[in-house]
Design a protein around this ligand. Structure first.
Ligand SMILES: [Zn+2]
Length: 501
């Protein structure tokens, strides 16, 4: 990481060490709203359905049909705009954005032009330990277009219209971002807020969060913007940062060589890490917007807007601040734990019962996240609840089970959803702390391992680990290690005294 930053900086350092260019980035983020049906018809929203299986005359744009607004889509859009600190006006309307392209059978897209759902918002990011406010110009509601699949078998393109009419919001930032890293942090912030507010699942790999980026350079200290280029449809946080870094480097080289930047639309090639020009409908520019005559103006009462505001849960920033204040958790921990709402909720639910924030944090950041990563799944794909985790950690805390057993039980809970206490009871996993029972096993282990015993008697204290290990093995991990340690110490001492007398 350090090496990459150093390399990036050298691109910007001119003779005498002065910074030659400043980077200016603005993002347009498309978020697919988590509705069950499309925005203007009853077709199901379903990722991975057979091509053209989720379409009807309305979303296909047949003549004579009328769109009807899905109220859930409006709700989610207003909630999202408010969560991004936008002003939501009492009136809003839909416009037709006219263009002819094979992914749009109506030859226009229903979107919003001059009266969007939200304006003048912001999102705070944290860069190098400092908070930075990124302006949000607007949030508008629109329908998605279809998808062209370019056939590998010849010079044809196949169109899948299942995506036509899926509700989206477009979030347009001010050109406030100054580096590809800031752009990535901003996008991560958008994703977290959308997930917290249950506006969208934001699955980038399924295209429910997509990002276009504008980038330009200007001489350091100059107020006017340079010529910008646009990179379309980047679909992972890493690719957003890589794509922008590559374009930043390309423009720097061009400007240093005395070339001018042309305003073009680019695509980012994941394999090569480079941007290249693409032919695009965006080159048309004249969309001849006009108000959609089929859809009434949307009148949003103050009460309606306030109701949406009340639906917004505690957002990541607020949770981080609360956890640091209430539990003195490290900044690193709260960053990891708040990255997903599900994980954050799991922590809150478990800590309410266990009352040991660091213990809960360690188990989530350790075993829970490791399991999810190994399986390539999300928390919601498992059966683990906050109550389960609390139950497990309570058993562990009062010495009812060993840490090794707790790890196994956790895995089983995540897979089966059984309660930890029930698993511990049914499997006889409870930790053996009974001294009488353990003393017998310790005696057997000591008799079977004379070499370790002699080492211990000779003052090689490390030999005790091997004896403890043997006892754990004999008890299938159930022995209480503290009791075992003490019992071994006592029996060795007894042997020592017997030899001396
Ligand atoms: Zn439809």
């Amino acid at each position: 990481m350090k090496r990459r930053r150093a390399k990036r900086l050298t691109l910007f350092v001119g003779k005498g060490g002065s910074r030659v260019f400043e980077t200016v980035i603005g993002l347009e983020v498309h978020v697919e709203l988590g509705t069950k049906t499309k925005i203007f018809c009853g077709c199901a929203v379903e990722f991975g359905a057979p091509p053209n299986a989720r379409v009807c005359p309305v979303c296909m744009g047949s003549p004579g049909v009328l769109p009807v607004l899905n109220e859930e889509a409006l709700k989610l859009a207003v909630r999202a705009a408010l969560a991004l600190n936008c002003k939501v006006p009492n009136e809003s309307k839909f416009d037709r954005k006219n263009y002819f392209y094979p992914d749009s059978p109506k030859a226009y897209q229903i979107s919003q032009y001059d009266e969007p759902i939200g304006t003048n918002g912001y999102l705070d990011i944290e860069i190098d330990g400092e908070k930075k406010r990124i302006g949000i110009t607007r949030v508008h509601l629109e329908e998605d277009a279809g998808k062209l699949n370019h056939s590998p078998f010849g010079d044809v393109s196949l169109v899948d219209l299942n995506r036509v009419g899926i509700p989206l919001i477009e979030i347009v930032s001010e050109p406030d971002l100054r580096s590809p890293e800031e752009a990535r942090l901003y996008l991560e912030g958008i994703k977290a807020i959308m997930q917290y507010c249950l506006v969208s699942e934001c699955k980038m790999e399924e295209g429910s969060l997509r990002c276009d980026a504008n980038l330009s350079l200007r001489p350091a200290g100059q107020a006017a913007f340079g010529t910008k280029t646009e990179i379309k449809n980047m679909n992972s946080f890493r690719n957003v940062q890589r794509g922008l870094e590559s374009e930043q480097a390309r423009q720097t080289r061009a400007l240093l060589a005395g070339d001018t930047i042309e305003q073009v639309t680019l695509r980012f090639d994941e394999a090569t890490g480079l941007t290249s020009p693409m032919r695009s409908k965006e080159d048309a520019h004249d969309y001849r917007y006009f108000p959609d005559p089929d859809l009434p103006r949307m009148i949003l009462s103050d009460a309606y807007i306030e109701e949406r505001r009340r639906e917004i849960p505690e957002l990541p920033d607020a949770r981080r601040a609360r956890w640091i204040a209430d539990y003195q958790l490290p900044v690193y921990d709260v960053g990891v734990l708040t990255a997903s709402r599900d994980i954050a909720d799991l922590f809150d639910q478990a800590v309410e019962r266990v009352l040991d924030a660091k213990l809960v944090s360690n188990w989530i950041m350790g075993d829970v996240l490791a399991y999810l990563k190994a399986q390539g799944i999300e928390l919601r794909d498992t059966k683990l609840t906050g109550a389960h985790l609390a139950d497990l950690l309570e058993n562990l805390k009062r010495g009812g089970i060993s840490a090794a057993i707790a790890k196994d039980v956790l895995k089983r809970v995540m897979e089966s959803g059984e309660s930890p206490s029930a698993i511990i009871a049914a499997q006889g996993l409870a930790q053996i702390s009974d001294e009488g029972e353990l003393a017998g096993i310790v005696t057997q282990v000591i008799e079977a391992n004379p070499k370790s015993v002699e080492d211990l008697l000779a003052g090689k204290d490390k030999a005790i680990a091997s004896l403890v290990g043997q006892v754990m093995k004999a008890t299938k991990g159930k022995a209480n290690p503290q009791v075992v340690n003490r019992l071994i110490g006592e029996q060795i001492q007894a042997i020592r005294e017997a030899r001396l007398s």
